[in-house]
Write a protein that binds this ligand. Structure first.
Ligand SMILES: Nc1ncnc2c1ncn2[C@@H]1O[C@H](COP(=O)(O)OP(=O)(O)OP(=O)(O)O)[C@@H](O)[C@H]1O
Ligand SMILES: [Mg+2]
Length: 256
């Protein structure tokens, strides 16, 4: 069972989608770099036994803005679990990179007390199906309440003018879940990962379009206190109807 930190006012951003290779670590590291550039020092917690986020952090040049790394996938015999997962007291923004397969208990634990949950989705039909199952589990198993507006999708390696993207949009629209950014398929992501940096730390003329999308995600994430306030002030009369499992289990997508 995974354990995640609890602390009031911690901006806990969880990135998940059980589909391997959809861009969780790419998103986590790029957001960490963007937060590091703005300050204060963010923390990134890696729950994936592959440790790719921690490896990225090890490659990070020492002269760049610091990011605190927590290798949550490692089990230490020397330290207690809570010591191992300790988030520095002055941390405001915590990014959580999750592994490809997450059981129901871990899904509940990972998302508990989260301020935002990002689901990166690749454009293929299979990936969109997997993402819709992931969203169904978030709503029905982890009991993430859509009215809290903490759940959003990031379309990754996507061309907007495809049939599958339009269907993904319609499906998410029907659930009131926003697609907050569309990341193009670009070697910039690959090169930045290799160097332990974020896109925002690359030559601006080369990455402007991609950085704009990362900035869009950060703006959405930063609005978490307002989103939370709005959701608590919504009267029950305005609340959306309950999600039916059938709605979530039967999205039909065709290839682009
Ligand atoms: N927008 C993009 N353009 C080009 N390459 C990308 C993009 N996003 C991710 N990649 C590349 O795709 C590969 C998989 O991405 P990433 O490791 O972020 O996925 P993941 O969801 O964390 O995978 P896993 O489930 O194995 O942890 C990496 O090599 C990454 O550099
Ligand atoms: Mg990963």
């Amino acid at each position: 069972m995974l354990i995640t930190p609890r602390r009031d006012k911690l901006n806990k951003i969880v990135i998940l989608n059980p589909k391997g290779g959809c861009g969780k670590s790419t998103l986590a590291t790029n957001l960490a770099a963007a937060y590091a550039q703005r300050g204060p020092t963010p923390a990134i917690m890696d729950y994936d036994p592959q440790g790719s986020t921690m490896a990225w952090l090890e490659r990070r040049p020492a002269d760049l803005a610091a990011i605190h790394g927590i290798a949550a996938y490692k089990k230490s015999m020397q330290a207690t679990r809570s010591w191992q997962l300790r988030v520095p007291n002055d941390t405001v923004n915590l990014l959580i990179d999750s592994p490809a397969s997450v059981n129901h208990d871990d899904l509940r634990e990972l998302t508990r007390d989260s301020t935002s949950i990002l689901v990166p989705v690749l454009p293929s039909t299979m990936d969109i199906h997997a993402a819709s199952r992931c969203i169904a589990d978030l709503l029905l198993v982890a009991k993430v309440d859509r009215r809290d507006r903490k759940l959003a999708v990031v379309a990754n390696r996507t061309r907007k003018n495809t049939k599958s993207f339009a269907k993904l949009m319609r499906f998410l629209d029907s659930l009131g879940i926003p697609i907050i950014a569309v990341l193009r398929d670009s070697q910039n992501f690959v090169h930045s990962a290799e160097q332990g940096i974020g896109l925002c730390e690359m030559q601006p003329s080369r990455v402007q379009k991609d950085v704009e999308q990362i900035e869009k995600i950060v703006s959405w994430l930063e609005a978490w206190p307002e989103r939370r306030r709005d959701s608590t002030s919504v009267t029950s009369i305005n609340r959306q109807p309950k999600v039916r499992r059938s709605l979530l289990r039967r999205p039909s997508f065709s290839s682009a």
